[in-house]
Design a protein around this ligand. Sequence first.
Ligand SMILES: [Zn+2]
Length: 269
Amino acid sequence: MQWRNNPGSVRNALGVALIWVASAFWLPPAEAVADGSTPSSFDTVVLDAGHGGEDKGARGSKGLLEKDLVLDVANRVASSLRKNGLTVVMTREDDRFIALEKRTSIANDSRGDLFISIHANATADRDVRGIETFFLALDASDDSASAVAKRENQALGHSPKKPSDDAFMAMIGDLIVTGHMEESNEFARLAQRELAPGPDARGVKQAPFVVLEGVQMPSSLVEIGFLTNLQDEKSLSNESGRNRIAAALVRATLEFGRRYDARRGGTNR
Ligand SMILES: [Zn+2]
């Protein structure tokens, strides 16, 4: 048969088959559920505190570690969301290493309605400060977004995919992402608006984060400030700075939930 001489055809055929399977299982719920059952309302949020254990993440010049900061902020967000009646699943609740792919599978197993990965930024230019919110894309929106993804993807124990698999995986990944792209973008914008309404805003960006790949729900990665900037490190070191960030993430999540339910005809919170 002709395709035997053309491995690309085999790959394409396999791709089509996988797209079919993916379409059946991975696309978000339709507005109306075919069997007439009530669509599920927004009730489960997955919080991912970046890094942990031997993977310390960024380090501030005064010694603040990203892994400790983001776990503390995630805990503050979790407790407030739970008070608002939501179920919160955390990818880690203490100082331990969790592989990026494991975080994704924890999120998917929990069938969450929203995945928020919380990180802190670092860069060589110590004057750079502020908050950036990302959602997944295969191509970064600019060079600095690309640099952030590269740094965050370097978690210990993460082995990048073989280059030969990239185009194929990109095609499949693209399909999965597209299903939640609009809602991920929407959450990122709500989060950015609440977190950084003023001069701290660095905007919504897109980049290829491993931890967001394959997440079967709207997802976003928030960089809550630059540990390499003294002003940001100082504000993130104190209780009021952390509470301000947590409260903003909670407001964005609740507003996202209201819109999510309105779209699906779920219960209004
Ligand atoms: Zn990080």
